[in-house]
Ligand binder design. Structure first.
Ligand code: ZN
Length: 453
């Protein structure tokens, strides 16, 4: 939605960040250079930066970056033994009267560091607010625009003196190859980083309650074995910056996703001399697929076979053939039903033709759904209203790191950041729109702070 208050604050600063980022090649699992550059940017903004072990697990050059900016007043919601004083502290105005400590909750901002290819030696043009690939590579606005948004939000919150709880920035690796960085995010490191944050914050503001901090471990309410520091503590919610299109909406629903690999085994035979001795795996697999419910199954469910392979020679009855596909649904039960239906088509075809099969199901990620009752949606809706627009809640058929964060128990809403034609050499980013999303989230921070004043 254009037309409302859209003065573009700090255009030069955001453009510099953006071009710094896209000038680095950062294909999935080769994010080391990007991570080093982003670490420097985060540290210069006052973040303590950690790297987890996701790189070793996924075979990448580096892990996810986990960065913590201490709460502005040194209070940390982990101090009172709750993850979230805002929701427990007393309804609309969690000012502590309801029993909370008055600390603001930890808020997470997330973007991914990797890009799809081709991404080597990117060149681009800047026309007004539009940065566009020269057509030989992708631009990398997916997800450079998201990273720029996180940096700019942190700066704006500080510059505007908005009171805030701990700000956790997560930059993931390997998002584009199956959310692999987020899937291997080190929860314990996040907890201990936030615990360390609390301890440090107390020191940095010179409050004389180091004893209280130390003894806080006693209650053990959310004790975290991995960190000897303060109690546990997790972000109350997360803004993910990895959705396409213009600002004005938020992705609040995404499907569960199961990958499927089918292998059919028949029997090889000479196609000219003894075809009756063979069982054709290609024909059997085709038979199975021809009977499968595919495409849009219902409003919430889709299914596809996208790859088929098999056979070695024209004159041999094919012995083995493989198909790969997927199914997605907003509804867990519908997904189970759909995958079972696909499997029974394979079983039936194999029975008809005397073949055998293997049917592998791999859960890629789980669905999520956020509503007006979730604080992150409430804040964004109110922030949009304050800025003169109406926030639209939109479902998506795709998955993102938001699916993984939601599965971790951190409500995560995916925001559009003005990126277009992503995963193509026509990719461009409208940085003014990125900026509008920044303003929306800064307003959400303002509203969150006002709930505690
Ligand atoms: Zn992305």
């Amino acid at each position: 939605m254009a037309g409302h208050n859209d003065n573009f604050i700090n255009r030069e600063r955001m453009l510099r960040d953006f071009t710094d980022i896209i000038s680095i090649d950062s294909p999935s699992l080769k994010e080391r250079k990007m991570a080093a550059a982003l670490r420097a940017k985060l540290e210069s903004e006052g973040f303590a930066v950690y790297e987890d072990g996701a790189g070793e697990i996924t075979g990448g050059e580096c892990g996810n970056l986990i960065a913590v900016l201490p709460a502005s007043d040194g209070l940390n919601s982990t101090e009172c033994g709750r993850d979230a004083c805002v929701s427990e502290g007393g309804g609309e105005r969690g000012d502590g009267a309801g029993g909370g400590c008055g600390a603001l909750p930890v808020v997470a901002l997330l973007a991914h560091m990797d890009t799809v290819g081709p991404c080597e030696n990117k060149r681009w043009t800047v026309e007004g607010d539009i940065i566009r690939s020269d057509g030989n590579t992708i631009l990398g606005g997916d997800d450079a625009a998201g990273i720029v948004a996180t940096l700019e939000i942190a700066r704006r919150v500080k510059e505007d003196n908005i009171r805030h709880g701990g700000i956790l920035i997560i930059y993931t690796i390997a998002e584009e190859i199956g959310l692999d960085g987020a899937k291997n995010l080190d929860h314990a490191l996040i907890r201990s980083a936030l615990g360390g944050d609390a301890a440090k914050a107390y020191k940095s503001v010179g409050k004389d309650n180091s004893n209280a901090t130390e003894s806080d471990g006693d209650d053990g309410a959310v004790a975290n074995g991995d960190s000897g520091a303060v109690g546990g503590g997790f972000p109350q919610f997360c803004f993910v910056f990895d959705s396409g299109g213009p600002p004005g909406s938020v992705v609040n629903r995404a499907p569960s996703h199961t990958d499927i690999i089918i292998t059919v085994k028949g029997a090889a035979a000479h196609a000219g001399i003894a075809p009756e001795k063979g069982i054709n795996a290609i024909a059997t697999l085709s038979d199975a697929i021809a009977h499968m419910p595919l495409g849009r199954i219902d409003e919430e469910t889709t299914a596809n076979i996208g790859i088929i392979r098999g056979g070695d020679a024209r004159n041999v009855v094919c012995e083995s053939a493989t198909a790969e596909g997927e199914a997605r649904s907003q509804n867990k039960q519908s997904l189970i039903t759909q995958v079972a239906a696909m499997k029974s088509c394979v079983a039936d075809a194999c029975e008809r033709r005397g073949a055998t099969f293997e049917f592998k199901e791999i859960t890629s990620y789980n669905a999520f759904s956020l509503t007006d009752n979730d604080l992150v949606i409430k804040l964004l809706t109110a922030a949009a209203k304050n800025r003169g627009s109406v926030l639209k809640l939109v479902p998506t058929g795709g998955g993102s790191d938001a699916n993984i964060l939601n599965a971790m128990g951190i409500p995560a809403a995916n925001l559009p950041i003005g990126m277009y034609e992503v995963h193509s050499t026509r990719e461009y980013t409208n940085l003014r729109e990125t900026s509008e999303t920044v303003e929306l989230v800064v307003e959400a921070f303002r509203l969150l702070a006002s709930q505690f004043s």
